[in-house]
Design a protein around this ligand. Sequence first.
Ligand SMILES: NC(=O)c1ccc[n+]([C@@H]2O[C@H](COP(=O)([O-])OP(=O)(O)OC[C@H]3O[C@@H](n4cnc5c(N)ncnc54)[C@H](O)[C@@H]3O)[C@@H](O)[C@H]2O)c1
Length: 441
Amino acid sequence: MRVAIIGTGYVGLVSGACIADFGHQVTCVDKDSTKISTLNAGEIPIFEPGLEDIVRSNLKERRLAFTTALGESVRDADAVFIAVGTPSRRGDGHADLSYVYGAAREIAGALDGFTIVITKSTVPVGTGDEVERIIRELRHDADFAVVSNPEFLREGAAIHDFKHPDRIVIGTENEHAKKVAAEIYRPLYLNQAPILYTSRRTAELIKYAANAFLATKITFINEIADLCERVGADVQEVARGIGFDNRIGPKFLHAGPGFGGSCLPKDVRALIKTAQDHDVRMRILEAVETVNDTRKRAMARKVSWAFAGNLRGKTVAVLGLTFKPNTDDMREAPSIPLITALQDMGAAVRVYDPMGMEQAKHVLADVTYCRGPYDCVEEADAAVIVTEWEQLRALDLERMRGLMACPVIVDLRNVYRPEDVEKQGFAYACIGRAPHNKFCF
Ligand SMILES: NC(=O)c1ccc[n+]([C@@H]2O[C@H](COP(=O)([O-])OP(=O)(O)OC[C@H]3O[C@@H](n4cnc5c(N)ncnc54)[C@H](O)[C@@H]3O)[C@@H](O)[C@H]2O)c1
């Protein structure tokens, strides 16, 4: 099967490399010529564990190619995936579909023979209809079907997720298109990944409903964490206690500084907007969005609490910047509003992240970038753990204690046990576990 992928970002690149690894002939296309040259030179523009190996081996086997030439790739393809970005539209929070529609127009010009156009980007319900209309308007003669095939991979575990999905959703009523899609995913089907065939509109909505539910689950446990702090309960044990219930499940019940990343915030926003357009109010999601937005900035108060609410003149070391470990993605990372809030309170901020520093430089101003976690905490008045990178889970606390001006750790991911940290002479604050010692410097 010959496959073209339009958009070679996190999703396009991972999908392209994995589909090539299934044995198909894949061309990944992007407008960004620097990205394409980097890939053609064998370098990977993003950090994603395992991706480099799979890209290199498929380039070597000549199953994978990178180009800026959309027309040629589409002309030769049996299936064309649209994997371009759908960020929040500035000003109103709707999904910005200009990249998807732009790609559809370019694809239309090049279609040759029966082709399925598969939307992998996360798009509001009804977008497939519009993509079909755009292509039909430009090419009355074209033989094509538009399919929705939302992607559920997680950054940081993207290769595993693509190759071992919980399910594959194929939204189309066109029998020929179903067969082509099934052929692309045949290796996964042999691995018994469930394939759900449904209508295009339903497939589009499944993706938003899934992300909105996950966002709700995180926000729920975050509010329970706040209550735990007030009443002297432990949110991690509450999460375990409810997670054992099969109806609830243990995942996405880790209390923290609020969800961020390239998907959940924008998808919650976009679903609220889609619903409004159809005269439906998503009250739960409106609450999720507000609670989450205020939470990220509020985390700065956990730091100021150690200093009687006054951070002016203090230096805060922020450990971990990306929205989660094992990615360099800084999109809507909770570290960003947290750092702004710390700066607004008068603190100087030093930062370290194992992989995200380059991306962070595009979004964080007036911070000091440090070489490692110990360099970062030197002479700092407080260290804040924002992302639970493996490297930050087992810091040498004694060494940190010796380096810091003031022994304060604020652990927004609950990676340490309060008694261990306190034994080393630190004042320690965390999420949803009642503080063992009250402190104020
Ligand atoms: N990142 C994730 O974890 C994830 C997971 C599931 C779904 N999604 C969805 O997948 C989509 C893509 O997300 P991403 O994170 O990979 O985005 P991204 O911003 O990393 O990549 C998009 C790429 O598309 C390219 N592009 C835009 N228009 C183009 C065109 N006309 N022709 C060729 N290239 C074009 C851009 O240059 C960019 O490289 C989004 O809708 C997102 O919501 C993302």
